[in-house]
Ligand binder design. Structure first.
Ligand SMILES: *Cc1c(COP(=O)(O)O)cnc(C)c1O
Length: 222
């Protein structure tokens, strides 16, 4: 990609509707790349490693919103609880309980997205609908006070088959609406549907995404 990050940001903004938030995925990219996007007005950045996020948080302006988008290990929550803006890939009660515990120490409520497994690929990450319902109905979940479920997140299969990608995002959007109506009907904080990356964000937006996580289209290939 020969364009600058600032130029890529301008063209991405013309493609992304105003009701969809762009999370600039800066993993593996240097602080200088984030600074360039920041100067062009970008404030939401996504990282998938705790240590890398901590280092970048320390080096960069404090009005940046840091989104942890990758799998989070329970023993690392304590390092980001003070500043993380949103945790996208939550898929167990155990992790939610730890986020709650660490958030409490900082007198915060941390917004979390439940990760759903929608792709055909085998992975140990992500909930199915039944597991999500079990979690949301559990007494342990209901007792948590320092986390807030702000919506759902998912990743489509890595394939050229756009019909399949669209189907998977449509499934996630259906889960979003069912879970909203069953568990969060009167909770305006449950409103985010984090789906879509560089290769499939246009499909995701057509299928109802409210948050796209875009790395390589913005910063160049990793
Ligand atoms: C790396 C990553 C992205 C961004 O991927 P690109 O293809 O570079 O846009 C989005 N979401 C998650 C969870 C990621 O790990």
């Amino acid at each position: 990609m020969s364009n600058s990050t600032a130029e890529n940001l301008v063209s991405l903004r013309t493609e992304i509707p105003a009701n969809v938030q762009l999370i600039a995925v800066s993993k593996t990219k240097p602080v200088s790349a984030i600074q360039e996007a920041y100067s062009a007005g970008q404030r939401a950045f996504g990282e998938n490693k705790v240590q890398e996020m901590e280092e970048k948080y320390a080096a960069l302006p404090k009005d940046i919103h840091w989104h942890l988008i990758g799998h989070l290990q329970t023993n690392k929550v304590k390092y980001i609880a003070e500043f993380v803006h949103m945790i996208h890939a939550v898929d167990s009660l155990k992790l939610l309980q730890e986020i709650d515990k660490q958030a409490k120490k900082h007198n915060r409520v941390i917004p979390c997205l439940l990760q759903f497994h929608i792709a055909e690929e085998e992975t140990k990450f992500g909930l199915d609908f039944h597991e999500a319902e079990e979690l949301l109905q559990s007494r342990e979940f209901i007792e948590l006070q320092n986390i807030e479920i702000a919506g759902l997140m998912g990743m489509a299969t890595f394939t050229d088959n756009e019909e399949q990608i669209a189907d998977e995002f449509r499934n996630l959007n259906n889960y979003f609406h069912i879970i909203k109506s069953h568990y969060f009907k009167f909770n305006p904080e449950f409103r985010h549907l984090s789906m879509g990356m560089s290769s499939d964000y246009k499909i995701a937006i057509a299928e109802g995404s409210t948050m796209v996580r875009i790395g390589s289209t913005l910063f160049g290939t990793r």
